[in-house]
Design a protein around this ligand. Structure first.
Ligand SMILES: [Zn+2]
Length: 246
């Protein structure tokens, strides 16, 4: 978009969608930018559904990934830095007149920071509406119906399926390798950390999984990925359509 197009978009497209991701290990078969790629593609599909009523802003390509730093290539921001960057994106967009901003994050490690920013914006920008969402949890029904390992998650069946659908040319299918896929594969501290619910316990990924993978990405299919992405896009689109009318 040009600056003149952006000026018109403030009224024609009152929602700005910001894709957020991470630059972190995704096992032996997927790129470091996996989360950013998924977020950008989903935002593009949502914007297409909204037929000009939303614009996509600049991506947040590096997220909060200290738990992956033991693996080469991972680049992380601290939570305070990501919060500052998100706030400064929002400040700029707010200055131009946008009042509805949605962050779509492909990386769960950003969730806590986005939630913190949302609370702070209630005080600093009371006229602004700030929303954020993770991706894969929007499709938990789809994932529940898939063939997944007892332990699955990062770079596992569901995430690999999304990449096989959205960016198959970036998946090295011949290098996909199972990681920690059974509870028995986890050491006692990791088992406690992976137990669902709270208290929450943070452990680094090199402790959870020797190759950085949770689950078995070899059983991922593009068809499952299409179903996950479709559910996420439908959910976000429905939210924004309702939001636009308020
Ligand atoms: Zn990821």
């Amino acid at each position: 978009m040009t600056t003149e197009e952006a000026a018109r978009a403030v009224t024609e497209s009152p929602v700005v969608i910001l894709p957020a991701g991470a630059f972190e290990q995704h096992g032996p078969g997927m790129p470091l930018a996996t989360d950013t790629i998924r977020a950008e593609q989903v935002c593009r599909l949502v914007a297409a559904e909204l037929a000009g009523r939303a614009v996509i802003g600049p991506s947040l390509p590096v997220g909060v990934s200290p738990h992956h730093l033991a693996f080469a290539g991972t680049v992380t921001l601290t939570t305070t830095t990501l919060a500052t960057v998100v706030r400064e994106y929002v400040d700029s967009l707010h200055r131009h007149g946008w009042r509805k901003i949605l962050v779509v994050t492909g990386h769960g490690g950003n969730n806590a920071t986005l939630s913190t920013v949302a609370q702070d914006l209630l005080v600093t920008h009371p006229e602004l509406q700030f929303a954020w969402t993770p991706l894969t949890p929007l499709a938990s029904d789809v994932v529940a119906g898939m063939r997944v390992s007892e332990v699955h998650g990062h770079s596992g069946e569901a995430e690999t399926a999304q990449m096989l659908h959205l960016a198959p040319h970036l998946v090295h299918e011949d290098r996909l390798t199972a990681g920690s896929a059974r509870t028995a594969d986890l050491d006692p501290l990791s088992r406690l950390a992976r137990r669902s619910g709270h208290p929450a316990l943070a452990v680094p990924y090199d402790r959870l999984s020797a190759n950085g993978v949770l689950g078995d990405p070899r059983s991922a299919t593009a068809a499952d990925g299409r179903a996950i992405v479709g559910a996420a896009v439908a959910s976000i689109t429905a939210f924004v359509k309702e939001w636009l009318d308020i």
